[in-house]
Design a protein. Structure first.
Length: 182
């Protein structure tokens, strides 16, 4: 199978289900941003500090492919074969957050991204996740979107925030807190 088809050379692409749309379509932006997030998740998975959670981060990447397939499907095309997102996918993130949070000091200030390159990568992933969530919410105001997609992205951004804190703890770097000017 060739990687290039030349069918997108005019700025048009196909959604799952066959509908052709401009590459600037909000639905394309939504799943493209999820794809960008998935790349950052791979970068996070490759960090030495995350060796012990690499399998879990790969599971998140798998879920992001599922989200992407959902977002790439024309609303109402129920016969398109694609994996499903489940409520359990959201609760697994919550459970992992609770486990990490139990080992972290209480949060007493806003955290600035930084302190270590690996932690910064985590914050980049978190902000891309938030952007993906905003785009999907906007898309949902125009057409049907699986509500679990929005919930998963919301919870994943929370997970990434807690993961950044946990990574800082494991790397023994001080969290950079924000102190507002008076």
């Amino acid at each position: 199978m060739k990687i290039y088809t030349k069918t997108g050379d005019q700025g048009i692409t196909s959604l799952l289900g066959g509908t052709r749309v401009p590459k600037s379509d909000l639905r394309i932006d939504a799943y493209g941003t999820v794809d960008e997030l998935n790349s950052y998740m791979g970068l996070l998975r490759d960090q030495d500090v995350n060796i012990g959670r690499a399998d879990f981060l790969k599971e998140i990447q798998d879920r992001l492919f599922t989200l992407g397939a959902d977002l790439a499907t024309v609303p109402g095309k129920d016969k398109v074969k694609k994996p499903d997102l489940h409520v359990e996918d959201v609760t697994v993130l919550e459970r992992e957050m609770d486990l990490m949070d139990a080992e972290l000091p209480p949060l007493r200030a806003f955290i600035l991204p930084g302190g270590h390159t690996s932690v910064s990568f985590c914050h980049l992933a978190r902000t891309v996740c938030r952007r993906a969530e905003r785009i999907v919410v906007e898309l949902a105001s125009y057409e049907q979107v699986n509500e679990l997609v929005i919930q998963y992205l919301n919870r994943l951004s929370d997970y990434l925030f807690v993961l950044g804190r946990k990574m800082a703890q494991e790397l023994q770097v001080e969290e950079v807190t924000w102190t507002p000017r008076n």
